[in-house]
Design a binder for this molecule. Structure first.
Ligand code: ADP
Ligand code: ZN
Length: 434
């Protein structure tokens, strides 16, 4: 076990955790009730009084808050601290619409820093390690979020941000970088550039990749780990709750531990909104237990996952969730079937010859929806005869059909035909006009 006074919170006893959660939560509830009219009004509408909430189990009596509520209260409707206490603003990347702006007090920044620090400990990093932080700096939480936590742990941070890929490779090569943080899709792109520059990641001191901000499959993990000779860890987070470091994997890479002494998770059925038991899939909902700038109670993340009941062999007592592979915003419905891009990704990466660069194009013709999966293929692995191409196309067809239950069109592309992204990859292009 790594010893660090903050890291030990990961091993808190269940009883102590429950007590701590309630202490923090009851104070937060008082705080928002008296400082954010929106919460008071919603509670009154639902007929819930402060004194009805007597323990964590009463949380389910409270109303949910959604992305739409965050947009409707833009710009400062949910701020719970006086302006002079707010030290920073961030905004969600707006993958799905206009930005959502969140406010942080100094205490909030410290909580965030602490959870990132605990994530980095779980990845086996220590003072002496060198982190190249290739998440974008700015309104997006990835850059600054990782940055402060890494400095707090005593790492050397290179705040390179996203983009300028050749320079990224030079820094990785020349400064003895041992860890890199970015989106998994951008890392796969860096791997390509490194190959062109004749830099072999396997020969560098780089040992850890810290990947999040978008769903990525186990297949993608294998591509990255084998291609770069590193351990690829998941870090999860969202602007609304703080940023990266709401949860992180440990050395077992078998689920993302949630820092539940700060962020209280629930899984609810997205249709009935009733909590579901541990082990069952549903929508992830978070309550911030001790944030002050913009606390959120029962925030619906639209991320789909499940909580594990079993303890992790690493000994951490904080609970794990299944690595997020489904985000309801990305889901598309084809001929009545719900499809997630990650399902297509796992199918593609299970077929030898396909590269981790793909896009899903949705079109509508004569009222019928069509899906075309475009994937780049590795010319070194696949011969270029028509027969070999057809065989590959067939294998991909079959894989996708067994995974999602419908047949889609498959187009094989030469390398470098799909646009590369420096942040979150755009997997679905929806050209349907309703
Ligand atoms: P948005 O992308 O909604 O504009 P953010 O930049 O705050 O806003 O990103 C948060 C979202 O990114 C999460 O709700 C989740 O959908 C996705 N995400 C973050 N980390 C991960 C991860 N490790 N695995 C899968 N998805 C992730
Ligand atoms: Zn663990």
């Amino acid at each position: 076990m790594d010893y660090h006074p903050l890291g030990t919170l990961d091993y808190i006893t269940k009883t102590a955790l429950r007590k701590l959660q309630w202490e923090k939560f009851s104070a937060t509830l008082e705080h928002v009730y008296h400082n954010v009219p929106w919460y008071k009004n919603r509670m009154q509408e639902k007929g819930v009084r402060l004194e009805d909430i007597r323990g964590m189990e009463d949380l389910r009596k409270l109303p949910f808050i959604t992305k739409t509520d965050l947009r409707d209260t833009y710009p400062t409707g949910l701020f719970a601290a006086k302006q002079e206490k707010i030290v920073r603003l961030h905004a969600s990347s707006g993958t799905t619409g206009k930005p959502i702006v969140c406010a942080y007090t100094q205490e909030d920044i410290e909580i965030w820093q602490e959870t990132v620090l605990r994530a980095l400990l779980a990845f086996g990093l220590h003072s002496g390690d060198i982190l190249q932080n290739s998440y974008g700096y700015g309104l997006f939480t990835g850059g600054l979020g990782l940055h402060y936590g890494a400095e707090a742990l005593g790492l050397t941070v290179i705040p390179v941000s996203g983009g300028n890929s050749e320079r990224q490779i030079l820094f990785l090569r020349d400064f003895g970088v041992t860890a890199i943080s970015c989106t998994p899709s951008y890392f796969v792109h860096l791997l390509e550039i490194a190959e062109q520059m004749k830099v072999d990641f396997k020969k560098l001191p780089l040992k850890v990749g810290i990947f999040g901000a978008e769903p990525w499959t186990e297949g993608m993990r294998q591509v990255i780990q084998n291609g770069a000779g590193i351990k690829a860890y998941d870090i999860y987070g969202l602007t609304e709750i703080s940023g990266p470091g709401v949860g992180a994997e440990c050395e077992y890479q078998n689920g993302t531990h949630i820092f539940e002494d700060h962020f209280y998770p629930e899984i609810v059925d997205p249709d009935t909104l009733e909590p579901v038991p541990d082990g069952r899939e549903g929508e992830l909902v978070f309550t911030t237990l001790d944030k002050r700038g913009m606390p959120l109670l029962r925030y619906r993340t639209r991320d789909i996952t499940r909580l594990f009941e079993e303890e992790c062999p690493c000994g951490r007592t904080i609970r794990r969730m299944e690595k997020i592979s489904h985000r309801s915003d990305d889901m598309f419905i084809i001929r009545g079937v719900n499809v997630f891009p990650s399902q297509i990704e796992s199918a593609l990466l299970a077929v030898e010859g396909s590269l981790p660069h793909y896009q899903i194009i949705l079109t509508r013709e004569h009222g019928l929806d069509n899906v075309e999966v475009q994937v780049e293929i590795d010319p070194n692995l696949i011969g270029d005869t028509i027969r070999e191409m057809e065989q590959l196309q067939n294998s991909i067809h079959k894989r996708i059909e067994t995974t999602i239950g419908i047949r889609v069109k498959v187009a094989l592309l030469e390398p470098n035909r799909i646009p590369r992204s420096e942040g979150k990859a755009k997997r679905v292009i929806d050209k349907r006009t309703i």
